[in-house]
Design a binder for this molecule. Structure first.
Ligand code: NAD
Ligand code: ZN
Length: 354
């Protein structure tokens, strides 16, 4: 069976296109309705906040992403919006990095679906379309702007709400919004994209559809991280989009599986966690890891080391369990025989080196 997947139907791209957000939203406004802007609090008081086209009873909700989004945080934001507004908003507009985009998607879904965000972690559990939602990235690499998931940490698991309803209705790709991202963060989130490409292109699930996007994305990543271009932000924004499109029809691999273990036990954020894991995966991705190290050297990035030293036996075992629980990622990396190849001992050995 081939997957019949949905994509984001409306996209605007270009320097300065943020100025058109007001026009874009105008078509969606109802009489007496309002828009809720979910803004990464890093932008609080910055010029971008002043450019948000507020009308009538529109509201800005500042969100903090020091911790990756939790289901309890989504539930609290949904309750806050319900209290604040007499009826459902006309739309939710997320402005920020991957975490903020995920928060916006999840809030839009939970406004129309009853219960807690934790009830919907999994595949195709959402039954009712979300309210209209718009994603505006200010940090590029995750592909969250085009993916059909919102990654959340719940009481029991870190797992996305994966569904066709999760996709944004509109994305606004304005490369000018990437200005001001701290260098290390820019690198880690950019490498998330590079690693998506390597894992997709080298995986056993690869097909011409994914390859077409993955090859373009990795080419753009090389231009961004190994060359000098004045329009590098434009390139990274498109690399992120294409990288996301590539994995939509394939899968990520060993690096993402192991990084989920790091994240679940140690709370390490996605981009940096992927970098820490990838640096130890020469045996799976020799060319990709060598090139990644060139990129690190060129940008003078020093990765944290030995993050798993000092963990208890029980914590190491839980980390292995989380990583090996992601069967499709391992199957993509190693083929149908992956369970024989990736034993608990081997996975533990890899994590111990990180
Ligand atoms: P992020 O959203 O966690 O942001 C990282 C930091 O950068 C934050 O401190 C944020 O405030 C700051 N920031 C964002 N934009 C900025 C700007 N323009 N200037 C200055 N600072 C800025 O980082 P990320 O790497 O984009 O996203 C990681 C998150 O995305 C994780 O929660 C991960 O689970 C999720 N993710 C989702 C998908 C998906 O398909 N939905 C895919 C991969 C990762
Ligand atoms: Zn990723």
């Amino acid at each position: 069976m081939y997957r019949n997947f949905a994509i984001v139907p409306r996209i605007i791209f270009g320097r300065g296109c943020f100025a058109q957000v007001d026009d874009i939203l105008a078509e969606r406004r109802s009489d007496g309705g309002s828009m809720v802007f979910i803004l990464d609090d890093v932008h609080r008081g910055r010029p971008l906040e002043g450019r948000i086209p507020l009308r009538g009873d529109d509201a800005i909700l500042h969100v903090n992403v020091n911790d990756e989004p939790k289901t309890s945080y989504i539930d609290a934001l949904v309750a806050q919006i319900r209290e604040m507004l007499p009826r459902l908003p006309d739309g939710i507009v997320g402005i920020g990095g991957g975490a903020t985009l995920d928060i916006a998607k999840a809030v839009a879904l939970l406004l129309t679906n009853p219960g807690s965000a934790a009830d919907y972690q999994g595949w195709d559990l959402i039954k009712t379309p979300a309210v209209y939602k718009v994603g505006i990235p200010t940090l590029s690499g995750t592909g969250a702007e085009i993916s059909r998931t919102t990654v959340l940490t719940g009481p029991q698991k870190k797992l996305g709400i994966n569904s066709d309803f999760t996709l944004f209705d509109q994305i606004v790709l304005d490369p000018e919004l990437l200005a001001g991202v701290p260098k290390d963060q820019w690198f880690y989130t950019g490498m998330d994209c590079y690693i998506h490409d390597v894992e997709s292109l080298q995986g056993t699930y690869i097909n011409e559809f994914s390859k077409s996007y993955g090859e373009k994305s990795i080419d753009l990543c090389r231009q961004v991280f190994l060359e000098d271009h004045p329009d590098k932000d434009d390139k990274l924004m498109m690399a992120s989009y294409f990288g996301g499109m590539s994995i939509a029809y394939s899968q990520v691999g060993a690096c993402h599986a192991l990084s989920y273990g790091l994240s679940f036990i140690l709370g390490i954020h996605h981009g940096i966690g992927c970098c820490i894991a990838f640096d130890q995966l020469d045996e799976f991705y020799p060319d990709g890891v060598a090139e990644f190290r060139q990129m690190m050297a060129r940008h003078d990035i020093a990765l944290p080391r030995q993050v798993t030293v000092g963990l208890s036996d029980d914590e190491m075992e839980r980390m292995v369990t989380v990583a090996l629980g992601l069967a499709p990622l391992w199957e993509n990396c190693l083929g149908p025989d992956w369970q024989r190849l990736m034993t608990r001992e081997r996975a533990r050995g890899l994590l111990q080196r990180m």
